[in-house]
Design a binder for this molecule. Structure first.
Ligand code: ADP
Ligand code: MG
Length: 488
């Protein structure tokens, strides 16, 4: 039944295979819930192994059809149209994202949706600029490389930035000529289905982009096991990434994994404290802390610790949780009740292990509803505590005071993760030295959480490997073929 929510008509979701919306072959459906009210928004088809098989067959057929012989510049044109359609439908997309995910409308309408369009446009431009090389080999040969698509790519994405990550996975894969089966997170399926319509309306041939909604063990695991899938691109938790890599060994799929983080955010004593506090607040409370690059371990040099904490607490208290549809709200509800419980469990562990809770730490609600958590600050945290080692994925920051500028790098690197890091200092040498020394895929100096289509993003250590965005993303979506021609 079509419902009208927040002024948008929302139809029950179906799978998108071969440019057609279809029910799951099992007929099963699941509900998607609004985190700000706890109410069901609509229900969505629950894809399983048979549906994944149909989608992979469609994607395989599309590789040798019209898409396979399409010129690179034409692929780019289709992607440019997708970018324009995202912009045309931005209001609806932003509302659906906030409804399904809980992120403030200010973020979805000013960041997620416009950045998704920019990313698609950026990769559209790459489509006809990817090429091989001619190689000066020994002997009488004409030797060159071709950059070919990997083939059918399975993309499994999380619930924190649904449309943004869908676009940053789809666009480079398509620019390079692959076909895709996308599996959105079960908590947030709505914008991926809306995106499916956009790809069809832009003129993509059937089978090039397929969207199969469903859960991880069902649709997700079936995609990873499938023999017809050449590569899995995954963004999500580290344990699931490990499982995907293990299962992919059976069919030797290519994998790229963008996993968890526990990113250090280092404030040196000479930093501009007010700007650093702004950066730290943005680094941990943006998207309610449901950000893999969240700056969740804040190392503050003792000389500025007092001034820093005073401003941090004042700024945190201003981030009251609110209705995500209010344009003034900067902190929405967590994505689900389960996620809220997980976060509160970490708060309890922080208290039990002796960290000093200076504000927040409780569940909250707005008009008696929603999966909110107060913005939470722990001080005097030890880097060995659970709250400093495990990814919380919520609005909880751990402040770890330090004295020695050399030792802080050792502590920052004492983590299984290596996704991102932030550094605040006015000392240019210290900034670059520290940027080199921290183990991370991205380092922000005197800023945090800055993203651009041109800037590669991904991790080292147990934050995974492979890069999204930038030219680097394209590397992971092509195979190099070497051609030798005897000239003698
Ligand atoms: P979270 O625990 O925060 O939900 P996950 O890593 O479990 O994060 O989820 C990220 C994505 O991975 C989702 O789309 C989810 O459905 C999918 N997923 C979960 N488990 C598996 C699995 N075993 N195989 C493939 N995909 C999975
Ligand atoms: Mg939902």
């Amino acid at each position: 039944m079509t419902q009208v929510v927040q002024g948008q008509s929302i139809e029950p979701g179906r799978l998108f295979i071969n440019n057609t919306f279809v029910e799951a072959s099992s007929g099963r459906r699941f509900e998607t819930i609004s985190p700000s009210t706890g109410e069901v928004i609509t229900d969505v088809a629950e894809g399983g192994a048979e549906d994944i098989d149909a989608a992979v067959s469609a994607a395989r057929a599309a590789l040798s059809g019209k898409w396979g012989s399409m010129s690179a510049s034409r692929r780019g044109e289709l992607l440019y149209r997708v970018a324009a359609l995202i912009e045309e439908r931005a209001e609806r997309l932003s509302i659906l994202e906030t409804l399904d995910q809980g992120k403030p409308i200010t973020e979805s309408s000013k960041v997620d949706v416009p950045l998704a369009a920019r990313i698609v446009r950026y990769f559209a431009g790459w489509a006809d600029k990817l090429h091989g090389e001619t190689l000066p080999v020994s002997g009488s040969y004409h030797t060159y490389t071709l950059r070919e698509p990997v083939g059918v790519v399975g993309q499994i994405i999380p619930w924190n930035f649904p449309i943004l990550i869908a676009c940053w996975k789809l666009a480079p894969a398509l620019a390079a000529g692959n076909t895709v089966v996308l599996k959105p997170a079960e908590q947030t399926p709505l914008t991926a289905l809306e995106l499916a319509k956009i790809f069809a309306d832009a003129g993509f041939p059937p089978g090039v982009v397929n969207v199969v909604t469903g859960d991880g063990p069902g649709a997700g695991a079936s995609l990873v096991r499938h023999r017809g899938v050449d590569k899995i691109a995954f963004t999500g938790s580290t344990p699931v990434g490990q499982e995907i890599m293990r299962v992919s060994a059976d069919t030797l799929k290519r994998v790229s994994l963008e996993l968890g983080g526990k990113s250090p955010h280092i404030i040196f004593g000479d930093a501009d404290v007010t700007s650093a506090v702004f950066g730290v607040i943005n680094g941990i409370f943006y998207n309610k802390g449901e950000v893999c690059a969240a700056g969740s371990r804040v190392f503050v040099q003792r000389s500025v610790h007092g001034a820093f904490m005073e401003q941090l607490v004042a700024a945190t208290q201003k981030r009251a949780p609110g209705d995500p549809f209010n344009p003034k709200t900067r902190l929405g509800p967590q994505v689900s009740e389960a996620q809220r419980e997980r976060i509160l469990g970490y708060v309890a562990s922080g208290k039990a292990q002796g960290a000093k809770l200076v504000c927040g730490g409780e569940a909250a609600s707005v008009d008696g509803k929603g999966y909110y958590v107060q913005p939470t600050v722990f001080d005097e945290v030890d880097n060995g505590m659970t709250i400093a080692q495990e990814e919380i994925f919520g609005p909880v920051v751990s402040v770890i005071p330090f004295d020695d500028a050399e030792d802080v790098v050792r502590q920052a690197n004492a983590s299984i993760y290596g996704l991102a890091a932030g550094i605040w200092t006015r000392d240019i040498k210290l900034a670059h030295r520290t940027a080199r020394a921290v183990q991370a895929g991205t380092v922000w100096v005197n800023c945090y959480n800055v993203f651009d289509p041109a800037g590669p993003f991904g991790g080292v250590k147990m934050s995974g490997f492979g890069r999204d965005l930038g030219r680097a993303a394209l590397e992971d979506y092509t195979e190099t073929k070497t051609v030798w021609v005897d000239l003698s």
